[in-house]
Design a protein around this ligand. Structure first.
Ligand SMILES: [Zn+2]
Length: 173
């Protein structure tokens, strides 16, 4: 965790990658079956709004008053307040390759076998449902890839279990 980009730039790129994920799924998978804006909103949920977990890190580092002292601006400018440096911890609990692996397995096996299971059939044979799941995962994948490349890490830093085993220590990232 060395290079701190201006967060507004970082988030703008995340935002753009969400749009790209939505476009790719819309164009090549969903086609006319699903409205683009629905895929786009889904992509933003997993590819943009997951950075909302920084709120928890902020709270942990600065407490409730931190939200008033440092305010929202600190999310856009690490020179105002940097909860990671302050606490020497990085929880970012919504960030983890494990989520992606688990979600991908569920989707993969759901599509493969779920159609044959009563109660799941209606979901996994529905192209709209599958498209929404796919864009959720793809956008999340883009988010983690970009985060992984953006910050200087051990390489394992975006595995939740790795952070947990190291007590979320910033030094281990
Ligand atoms: Zn992130």
């Amino acid at each position: 965790m060395i290079a701190f980009w201006p967060l507004w730039l970082h988030e703008t790129i995340h935002f753009s990658l969400c749009t790209l994920a939505a476009f790719l799924v819309w164009r090549f998978v969903a086609k006319r079956g699903v409205k683009f804006w629905k895929l786009w909103l889904t992509a933003l949920t997993s590819g943009f709004f997951i950075d909302g977990d920084h709120l928890f890190d902020h709270f942990f580092a600065y407490g409730v008053m931190g939200f008033f002292n440092h305010g929202v601006l600190s999310f856009f400018d690490a020179s105002i307040a940097n909860p990671f440096l302050e606490a020497q911890k990085a929880y970012v609990i919504f960030h983890g390759w494990e989520y992606l692996i688990a979600g991908s397995l569920v989707l993969f096996f759901g599509v493969k076998w779920g159609k044959g299971v009563k109660g799941m059939r209606s979901f996994f044979s529905d192209k709209k449902f599958v498209s929404v799941c796919l864009v959720f995962l793809l956008s999340y994948f883009f988010h983690l890839c970009f985060d992984q490349l953006s910050w200087s890490h051990s390489g394992w830093g975006y595995f939740l279990t790795y952070r947990l085993l190291n007590n979320f220590s910033l030094l281990k990232l």
